[in-house]
Structures are given as structure tokens and as C-alpha cells.
Design a protein around this ligand. Structure first.
Ligand code: DX5
Ligand code: ZN
Length: 221
């Protein structure tokens, strides 16, 4: 079983104080830092790009987990490769998926594949032997602060069954609306990597919020 990872999403941080926010998350117990890249085409929002991720890399000591919500991730992922530990691309983004995943690994990163809520797991199945992480979106990608979609639990459970049946070890990540109430539902179904923006960065104390996530999931695994 993969150890549980908690990855605060920098999208919910105060961008005017990026360095302090990175340190605050790390001191609170962040395992990874999640960085959401949005291009205004693949999703209806624009966030930040490679220069911002490189700036975070300079002040971070923990691995950076880069989630590309962009068209042509095959063209753009190399610009994140020096800063990232993991790079996740979407199955719906219109690219040669095996080639992109191989390219990410050849660039020295681990490779993730993400699926939107409306995308069935079937679309990702052929690629699961080629990945280090499957990101099951638990909100429609594009914005932080949305409600968790309980309908995604079945998809997480099916991914975990496939993983066990094929003796694979990719992580199952969930992203969107993750709180101490929703996280245990995902973890009980096989998720092991939690992304949370609003519930961590907007908490009164992030260390207590991360501890609450771990406590809520401890008995669910
Ligand atoms: C949504 C992003 C998420 C977002 C999660 O498109 O992929 O990473 O930051 O934010 P919360 O935890 O606020 O739902
Ligand atoms: Zn994300």
C-alpha cells in the first residue's frame, strides 16, 4: 500500500507571498506541493506557468506535483521538467499519450494521467501500466473551492481494483473538494494521494488541517 500523501494546492495560496506560503505548507506537514497549470483553452481559467513553478521550486524543499490542465501538454511539459517531481497530463487533452508519458519519464519526472469527472475510467485503462499516478478529478477542473463529487467514488474503486488485479502500483490521486469529511470516502476506495487547496490554505491553522486529514483517513485505509 502506498503511504498517504497530502499535497496542498498552491492555487489557493496568497500569490503575493509565494515563498512564505510554500514554507507555511511545508511546516504544516505537506508531503508534496500541487501546482495547477491552466491555459484558458483546456479549462475556462488561466492560472500560472513555468516561471511561477520555477519560483516555487527555489523556495520549496518538498517535491512539486504539476497538474497540466492545458491543451498540447506534449508540447509544454518540458518547460516544467526541471522544477517538477511529477507531471500529470489529461487523457482528454489531444496528444499521443504513450509518447507524452514516456517523454515525461525520460525528462526525469514521474508521469501522471488525469481524467475529468465525465470521462469514464475505460479511456485511461490502456495507459495505466505506463503511469506512476492516476488523478481522478473530484470536481470539474478549472477552479478551486468547488463541491466534491461523490459520484467519483466508484471510479476510484474501479481504478484500485484494476491496480490490484494487474499488480500495478501507481498512486491514485484525488483533487477537488477534499476535506476531512470527503477524503476518507476516497481513501476507503483506494485513493492514496490527496490534493487540497481551500480546506488547507483557508484553514485557521494549516498544520491542524493536515493533521485532521490524516486522522480522518487513518481508519479508512
Ligand atoms: C481544480 C484544481 C485543484 C484545486 C483544488 O481544477 O485542479 O487542484 O486547486 O482546490 P480545492 O481543494 O479548493 O477544491
Ligand atoms: Zn489540480
Amino acid at each position: 500500500m502506498n503511504p498517504l500523501i497530502v499535497a496542498p494546492s498552491i492555487l489557493a495560496s496568497d500569490f503575493t507571498r509565494l515563498g512564505e506560503e510554500v514554507r507555511r505548507a511545508e511546516q504544516a506537514g505537506a508531503d508534496w506541493l500541487h501546482m495547477d497549470i491552466m491555459d484558458g483553452h483546456f479549462v475556462d481559467n488561466i492560472s500560472f506557468g513555468p516561471a511561477f513553478v520555477a519560483a516555487a521550486r527555489k523556495c520549496a524543499t518538498r517535491p512539486l506535483d504539476v497538474h497540466l490542465m492545458i491543451s498540447r501538454p506534449d508540447h509544454f511539459f518540458p518547460r516544467f521538467a526541471d522544477s517538477a517531481h511529477n507531471i500529470t497530463v489529461h487523457v482528454e487533452a489531444g496528444h499521443d499519450i504513450p509518447a507524452t508519458l514516456a517523454g515525461i519519464r525520460a525528462a526525469g519526472c514521474t508521469a501522471g494521467l488525469a481524467i475529468r469527472p465525465a470521462t469514464p475510467l475505460d479511456r485511461a485503462l490502456p495507459f495505466l501500466p505506463m503511469i506512476d499516478l492516476l488523478l481522478v478529478m473530484t470536481v470539474e477542473p478549472g477552479f478551486g473551492g468547488q463541491e466534491f463529487m461523490p459520484g467519483m467514488i466508484g471510479k476510484i474503486a474501479a481504478a484500485a481494483r484494476f491496480r490490484a488485479d494487474h499488480s500495478l502500483s501507481f498512486r491514485i490521486q484525488v483533487d477537488g473538494g477534499i476535506t476531512p469529511e470527503t477524503a476518507p470516502l476516497t481513501v476507503a476506495s483506494g485513493a492514496d494521494t490527496l490534493v487540497a487547496g481551500t480546506s488547507l490554505f483557508r484553514a485557521a491553522r494549516m498544520d491542524a488541517a493536515i493533521a485532521a486529514l490524516h486522522a480522518a483517513c487513518a481508519t479508512a485505509r
